[in-house]
Design a protein around this ligand. Structure first.
Ligand code: ZNH
Length: 147
């Protein structure tokens, strides 16, 4: 089981309680599709992804980014049992959506960069350390049900 210090807990809840889900969700997912273009394959039904500008202004991508970010709320609320909290979502991504689990790490890197850019100096080493630890537990939990 993953142990969290009080400081890590308060950093994580602090980030999420002040997060602009609309802005950060859209930016993180569109960055993922631009920087790692092979991730676009999962969003073939989302309309125009032909240019970086098209990706950034695609309302379906923006909405899905917000949905994914809200998916992280589940981990924030269940920090002591993230694995169980994502069991079902892991099965969905594996068996139904066929999302390569490497993409969870890719997305989490994009999200870290977007959050860091937004927080500026407040995203110090303690914050980065807690946030990356949190996301690595999420990534591992989402990858659990792949065989
Ligand atoms: Zn995912 C879906 C979460 C990542 C792809 N997702 C989804 C959902 C959720 C999520 C919540 C919804 C579900 C239902 O409906 O039931 N994701 C999530 C999270 C994460 C993710 C939390 C991390 C962090 N995803 C991801 C990635 C990708 C994806 C990376 C790729 C690239 N998802 C996806 C898809 C889908 C989803 C494709 C489906 C969509 C639709 O339907 O449209």
């Amino acid at each position: 089981m993953v142990e969290w210090t009080q400081q890590e807990r308060s950093i994580i809840t602090g980030i999420f309680s002040n997060l602009d889900y609309e802005e950060i969700g859209a930016k993180a997912l569109s960055r993922c599709l631009i920087v790692y273009p092979w991730t676009q394959r999962y969003f073939g039904a989302y309309g125009d992804l032909s240019t970086n500008e098209a990706i950034k202004s695609n309302p379906k991508i923006a909405a899905h980014g917000v949905k994914v970010l809200h998916g992280l709320d589940r981990a924030v609320k269940n920090m002591d049992n993230i694995k169980a909290a994502y069991a079902e979502l892991s099965v969905l991504h594996s068996e139904k959506l066929h999302v390569d689990p490497d993409n969870f790490k890719i997305f989490s890197d994009c999200l870290t960069i977007v959050v860091a850019a937004k927080l500026g100096d407040a995203f110090n080493a303690d914050t980065q350390s807690a946030f990356q630890k949190f996301l690595s537990v999420v990534v591992s939990a989402l990858g659990r049900q792949y065989h």
